[in-house]
Design a protein around this ligand. Structure first.
Ligand SMILES: Cc1cc2nc3c(=O)[nH]c(=O)nc-3n(C[C@H](O)[C@H](O)[C@H](O)COP(=O)(O)OP(=O)(O)OC[C@H]3O[C@@H](n4cnc5c(N)ncnc54)[C@H](O)[C@@H]3O)c2cc1C
Length: 405
């Protein structure tokens, strides 16, 4: 053993408490949970040969059957067997930091993650009946700040991340109960978690909660979590998503075939809307590796509008969104979509809390060192996929510092 190892072991002996071994629970199997598990495994693997903490055990508890707010919906055409497909949650992601760029490199190399060089337009609502909507070029997503998609579906990456985990297991369809509901919480003891039927899920040295903040506040309520008051500082806004499909390209309205200039035969891929309750349109069959799809378009409604209508009847919302979509794309009876679906996201976008100077700042992960609980998630950052990675890095730093990993 090197001197360095001995030094660290001495530090460990003085620092370790009854709770400082390495049984870790992660609540939430979204990207925050999956990135956290992946980075924890990597961190522990790096230092395994130097330390006694070789028995890392991570359990992810996910109440649903799949990975978080990444979502893909299909519908198959019974005559052709071809699919419509909608990524009705996150559409794309950025990788602005070097470390996230490095993290995604193997997935880029394998082609599972691909840049989307989308042609982006501003679309205004047509004033006159039968007139095409005014469309102007906004930008082309390119090399300067690439946007990435996971292929063949947005959920593919989440599944691949889950498959690559070595020491972590995922328990789907397991809803963790609020901490204070069944547990006798003592800071000196490991935390015992329970499901919502009161069944024990095991005892853990660290518990990391990655649920959206409304759900995190419920989980931590009355538990004595030191940062409880901060959980609700960022506001999470709703989003309604409209999914539309057409039977083939010839049935598309002209507005969806519109190319930016006469040289360019390719139509636009992403539109930002003005004067509409719809905020953005994404043309799914234009995404990389999506060419085999039947024409499929996902539309996200404005977050403030969605939040105001969050408890409205979904059929009424669908009718309103459909009217807005018809206004924007100006379809006729012959070019109306044949497939219509709508989804309500209660927790979609993060509106960050402002500091004393009035600037919106990411909250950062919330740590209770005594209990060894961390509350994390995209909403502790800027509310996007890249934030999931950044908050996962923060979590790993906190745990590694305590364990001297
Ligand atoms: C409509 C929409 C559009 C978006 N567009 C983009 C985009 O274009 N680009 C981008 O970067 N980001 C986008 N996002 C944001 C992106 O999807 C999120 O940042 C990211 O998916 C959040 O991941 P997460 O793991 O933090 O949270 P989540 O995905 O919400 O994962 C948390 C998980 O915790 C689980 N959970 C909660 N409570 C419990 C419990 N008690 N027990 C067990 N499990 C529990 C939930 O089921 C959930 O799966 C969009 C989001 C939405 C909804």
């Amino acid at each position: 053993m090197t001197d360095h190892t001995t030094h660290n072991e001495q530090n460990n002996n003085t620092k370790l408490t009854a709770k400082s071994s390495s049984k870790i629970a992660i609540i939430g199997g979204g990207l925050s949970g999956l990135f956290t598990a992946t980075l924890l495994e990597r961190k522990f693997a790096q230092h395994q040969h130097q330390h006694q903490h070789s028995n890392l055990q991570i359990t992810l508890f996910e109440k649903s059957r799949g990975v978080g707010r990444l979502a893909t919906r299909y519908r198959s055409d019974t005559t052709t067997g071809k699919n419509w497909q909608w990524s009705f949650g996150a559409q794309f992601f950025t990788a602005k930091t070097d470390s996230f760029q490095q993290f995604i490199t193997p997935w880029l190399d394998s082609g599972l993650v691909q840049p989307w060089r989308a042609q982006v337009v501003n679309l205004s609502i047509a004033n006159e009946e039968g007139q095409p909507p005014p469309i102007e070029q906004k930008e082309q997503w390119g090399t300067e700040q690439p946007r990435y998609v996971s292929t063949p579906k947005m959920t593919s990456w989440g599944r691949a991340l889950a498959d690559q985990l070595q020491q972590a297991t995922i328990q789907f369809k397991t809803r963790v109960a609020p901490f204070a509901q069944y547990s006798n919480l003592q800071a000196s003891e490991p935390t015992e978690l329970f499901d919502d039927n009161g069944n024990s899920l095991g005892q853990f040295d660290w518990v990391i909660c990655t649920a959206p903040n409304g759900q995190a506040a419920e989980l931590m309520a009355d538990s004595g979590f030191t940062n409880q008051a901060k959980i609700m500082q960022p506001k999470m806004l709703a989003c309604y998503t409209l999914m539309l499909g057409w039977n083939d390209e010839s049935k598309l309205p002209d507005s969806l075939k519109h190319s930016i200039d006469s040289q360019d035969i390719k139509p636009w891929d992403v539109a930002y809307l003005r004067d509409s309750i719809l905020a953005k349109i994404f043309v799914e069959h234009h995404k990389p590796n999506h060419e085999g799809l039947l024409p499929s378009v996902t539309m996200h409604a404005d977050n403030d509008w969605s939040e105001q209508q969050v408890d409205q009847d979904i059929d009424e919302i669908t009718a309103q969104l459909l009217a807005a979509a018809k206004n924007a794309l100006n379809w006729t009876e012959q070019t109306a979509p044949s497939q219509i679906d709508c989804h309500r996201w209660r927790y979609a976008a993060t509106s960050m809390a402002s500091n004393d100077e009035g600037d919106a700042q990411p909250l950062g992960v919330l740590v209770d060192k005594e209990q060894q609980w961390i509350v994390s998630g995209d909403w502790c950052g800027r509310g996007n996929i890249e934030s999931c990675y950044q908050t996962a890095e923060e979590v790993v730093e906190v745990i590694a510092a305590t364990l001297e990993v």
